[in-house]
Design a protein around this ligand. Structure first.
Ligand SMILES: [Zn+2]
Ligand SMILES: [Zn+2]
Length: 158
């Protein structure tokens, strides 16, 4: 997989635009029931990038402090007009931003190689070829991140 930096993306109406200047740390699919509700879909995708590598380049988001499936608070960023959620700031990880990969201009550049909360996954939505955790990243994080980086060589070295 090769990513072209900066990656750019935005909401549907174009009010919010953003850029990602650095390689992502990891990308997860989250099958938790909170993500299923929040997305109205089978899972959410989380592209973890370092905060200094992320910038909103057009518009101003509205935010809500909302709990995750494990009860931690995330600051969710939405477009005020079309209500698309573009990114998330996890309070517990203040140096990280979760970009919503479906809002990238080229979402095909992303290969979600780690899936978490698989115990609540919709059976057809599971990827058998990826590293998995029944719960959050937690103690499995190092192994999962290593597996993801092995499949995404561009990210080796950080
Ligand atoms: Zn919008
Ligand atoms: Zn989740």
């Amino acid at each position: 997989m090769t990513l072209t930096l900066p990656m750019r993306g935005g909401c549907i109406c174009g009010n919010i635009r953003y850029e990602v200047a650095g390689h992502p740390l990891i990308e997860t699919m989250c099958h938790c029931t909170t993500c299923q509700k929040r997305t109205g879909s089978a899972f959410s995708m989380n592209l973890l990038v370092m905060k200094p590598d992320f910038a909103v380049t057009h518009g101003k988001t509205v935010t809500r402090d909302l709990p995750t499936g494990s009860g931690k608070i995330n600051v969710q960023h939405f477009c005020d007009d079309c209500l698309v959620r573009t990114h998330t700031e996890p309070v517990a990880l203040p140096t990280i931003v979760y970009v919503r990969p479906g809002t990238l201009d080229d979402p095909k550049a992303i290969n979600p190689g780690v899936q978490i909360w698989t115990r609540s996954a919709l059976p057809w939505a599971l990827r058998p070829d990826t590293a998995s955790s029944e719960r959050d990243l937690g103690e499995d994080a190092r192994e999962l991140i290593r597996a993801w980086r092995a499949a995404n060589p561009v990210c080796i070295g950080d």
